[in-house]
Every structure is written in C-alpha cells, then in structure tokens.
Design a protein around this ligand. Sequence first.
Ligand SMILES: [Zn+2]
Length: 445
Amino acid sequence: MALWIKDPLAIFADGAERGVVVKDGRIAELVPAGREPSTPNVKTFDAGEYVVLPGLINTHHHFYQTLTRAVPAALDRELFPWLQALYPIWARLTPEAIDLAATLAMAELILSGCTTTTDHHYVFPAGSEDGVDIEVAAARRLGLRVLLTRGSMNLSQRDGGLPPDSVVQDEDAILADSERVVARYHEVGEGAMVQIALAPCSPFSVTTSLMRATADLAKRLDVRMHTHLAETEDENRFCLELYKCRPLDYLEDCGWLNERTWLAHGVHFNDGEIKRLARAGTTVAHCACSNQTLASGTCPVCAMEDAGMRIGLGVDGAASNDSSNLMQEVRAAFLLQRSHYGVKKVSHKDALRWATKGSAACVGRTDIGEIAVGRMADLALFKLDELRFSGSGDPLAALVLCGAHRADRVMVGGRWIVEHGELPGIDLADLIRRHSAASRRLRGG
Ligand SMILES: [Zn+2]
C-alpha cells in the first residue's frame, strides 16, 4: 500500500508542495501544487500540521560519551587535557554501559529527526571487545539506519601517544576484529540498514603502521574510512613534532587522502590543503557545538564548499557537545557559519542541506539525504505547536531560527519509528534511570 503524506505546512524539496507518496520503503512520487498523486491505491496521512524534512544524517558521534557529560574534571579544558581527564573513566566501560549509552544516544538522535547515524567507537577495554556488536543490536532494536565504525587506538603514552596503556589494543587484534565486524554486519547496496567503516582515532593515538594497514584493509573490503583530523592547534604541533609534517600531509602519506575517507572536524586546514581535499573527494563532518565547547576554532565550511568539497554535520561525542540533538546541531552550525561568513553566504537552507545531502556524501550514500523520487523514504516531521514557534512566518526557516529540537514523527525506509513524539516500545524514564546509574558507576570507579 502506498502512503500519501499530504499537503504539508512546508517541505524541504522542490516540486512537492502537495507532499510525497511513499511506497515499498522509497519515495515513489512528489506531488506538485494543484495535482493529485498518480500512484494508484494511496492511503492518506494528513500532514497539514507538519514541516517535512529529509531524515537528518549524523556523521560523527561517540555514543559511549553520553555516560560522561559535563564531567567536572573535564570542564573548561581544551582537547588534549580534556581527553586526559576522561580516558581513565572510559577505560572502565562495560558491555552493559556501552549498550545503555548506544541506546540512549540513538533515542536522542531519532527524537531530534535523525534517520541515519554514524558512531565512532574506539575504546575497547578488556571485557568490552564486542562494542560494535552491541551497537549493531541496539540500532536494530530502534530501527535506525547506521554506519558504525570499528575505531581503534594503539599509540599509548608508553610510545609517545596521548591515551593511557589500558585503553589501547595491538595492531593485529584491531585488524582482525575490523575484518570480523565487516564480514558479519556490513550490508551493501541501496537501503542498507547497517554498514561498517574503519576508524583509527587520531594522529595522536594511532601508529602510522595501523593507519596504513587500515587503508589497505578498507580498500580490500570496500568500506569507508573515518578519523579525527585538523581539530586543534595542539594536533598541528603534535604532528610537526612527531611526524615532521602537518596533519593533512601525514594523512596523505598514510594512504588516506581519497574519496573513501570522511574526516571529523577539519578546523585547521589552509587554502592549499582545502584544494587537495576537494581534488581527492574527501569529505568533512562539521561539528559546530563540539568545536565551540572545546574552543577548537571554526571549520571553514563555505571555503570548503566553494572549493568543491562536500560537508556534513555531526553532533560529536556527548562529552564535548554535550547533547546528541542533531536538529539543534543544524541551528548551531547555521549560527556559527553565518557569524563567520555573513548573511549573504549562509542561510537556514544551507544548514539543512549540510545535515541531509551533505551528510549523505560523508557516509558515501546516494539513496538517502534528499526528498526525491527513488530515494529511501527517510523523513522527519516537525510540528510548530510549541511556545518557541508562535508568531513565526516561514515554517522551514522557523525550524532553524526558533530552535526546533524534537520531531513528532520520524520515518525510516517507509516505517514510522517515532509517532506522536514517542519511540514505540522504549520506556524512556527507565532508560534514563539505568543509563544514569551506569554513568555513576563509571565515574565513581
Ligand atoms: Zn569525535
């Protein structure tokens, strides 16, 4: 049966003034002004109270960090000392804590209008080696589309890196497990619900040997690659000192400067480096809230797009945001980039485009990120019935400018996973209670 999402208040798509028809999990038809659907046997969903967006796509996160939000010892610190305050807590992660963190982070994302998320899970303490497996199970329970990454760290303090010895693994174990999770979970082709990518953490926590071996393995398995790069000035200094080059030169030397790679942050690239990234087809996950919280700098998003790069949005880990609300991230990116580039250069539609079509490029997909015929039916529907929207004119602009934060309905692959602002089958109060208890245990030691 086809479903006509009829006569929305506004929709982020051209030629769909009367809505869209969803059939077999995809967008089957856009219905322009003054027309009726041509698809036969359509049921109708009255969307008169809704603003309809393509489902938002989150391109950078660390679910486990929801357990360590606003940790006193990490407050008011920049990236390196912030990490050093948190590593010892993360070293105590358990399988139960990872499950609760992944479930809570994804619930938060979905309720903010997210239909596809990535996660960069790179902490595998003894006993919690199956972190990715736990996340896959949680994503399937929630019905969220995911690109989960098998992250890694193998350069500890002993060898000149930043993390303590207790949170790193050796290269052979990392590569073997990377191959295992790809073989077990990675789906290929349009409509995939679970995909896997490989994601060494950063230049200051991973050896050159592992970076190169990961690039070779990703190529052989035909999966995407992800890492943090050019986040802070500290990282520049670290690379110059240890590798005698800037982070992007290091990335290229490791075989990572290509279209398979999407990078978190990209704050400190210069003009020449942006041109090289654009030529290579490498994409960037812009994390506006995290960059502001850690005072890392401002990602030059418009310069990157002008050079031909594609940019997505990421909420980043919940210890540096500290929320997993992707709709609020759209607003944060809009405000940050507008203040940086001016009103002529950045509109609310640009910010929405980064979180949808731009993010789709980061995760390497052409079947999501847009409301267009043939794309997967991944949609986020927002009502404008809160105090914050009252008196607004343009409904689409109101979402970004007035600060929308909660979707009333979310559809993934033609199936509603949020109805009336709720996740069916998930007891949020119980989840918060168990997640908070896990967080207290972790922080208390
Ligand atoms: Zn991150």
